[in-house]
Write a protein that binds this ligand. Structure first.
Ligand code: FE2
Length: 211
């Protein structure tokens, strides 16, 4: 991940704000990236300002070691470092809609574990819809297998040692302007802008890292 250490900056999106239309609207993308993610970056830098030792850690290391930090730092690091990491996974995991069918090793694994892409989407959607309040649904790699899970707030599955392949942000700020309270419609729309090549690359990196 680029810019992986203090001071953190808000890297530009890899596409235009309106690139995910009509599935995710430009205004939502702009506010989500420029206001929400920027807020997490500012807060994380603010917390790290007084801790030179922690400034040497990568974003992932901050999250993975959150439970070993002094008590007063655990929640801010989990929330702000998690907020930066989770949003970067989310924004990098999307691309302008394309007709190209998902392919590669990840798709083979999805087919073998879930039967078909559609069955996988059904399970993933159920998980994302089931997040109570704010959080994320994730596809992660764990011990040779794919796993679908969700995390509350800005908690991140890398804290438990899982290797993320992609996520969907189901905080209301990710969809409320266009989809209002219809999270299910947002999830269906989001499937049209998943960057499957990036997901496949992440999957291959996970395998390489753990075996
Ligand atoms: Fe968000």
């Amino acid at each position: 991940m680029e810019n992986n250490q203090y001071p953190f900056v808000n890297l530009p999106l890899p596409y235009n704000y309106n690139a995910l239309e009509p599935y995710i609207d430009a205004k939502t993308m702009e506010v989500h990236h420029d206001k929400h993610l920027q807020g997490y970056i500012n807060n994380l830098n603010q917390v790290l300002k007084g801790y030179q030792g922690l400034q040497l850690l990568t974003l992932e290391q901050l999250i993975e070691n959150a439970d070993r930090l002094p008590k007063g730092l655990q929640a801010p690091i989990r929330n702000y470092a998690g907020g930066v990491y989770n949003h970067r996974v989310y924004f990098d995991g999307m691309e302008p809609p394309t007709d190209q069918k998902p392919r590669g090793k990840l798709m083979e694994m999805i087919n073998s574990q879930y039967g078909s892409l559609q069955s996988f989407k059904d399970v993933f959607k159920k998980e994302a819809q089931g997040v109570f309040g704010a959080g994320y649904a994730w596809l992660v790699y764990d011990k040779g297998k794919l796993k679908i899970l969700s995390t509350p707030n800005q908690n991140s599955p890398i804290e438990q040692g899982f290797c993320p392949i992609f996520n969907i942000d189901v905080w209301e700020h990710a969809y409320y302007l266009k989809h209002l309270n219809e999270r299910g419609d947002y999830i269906d729309d989001w499937f049209n802008v998943v960057n499957w090549d990036m997901a496949n690359q992440n999957y291959l990196n996970c395998i390489r890292r753990y075996y």
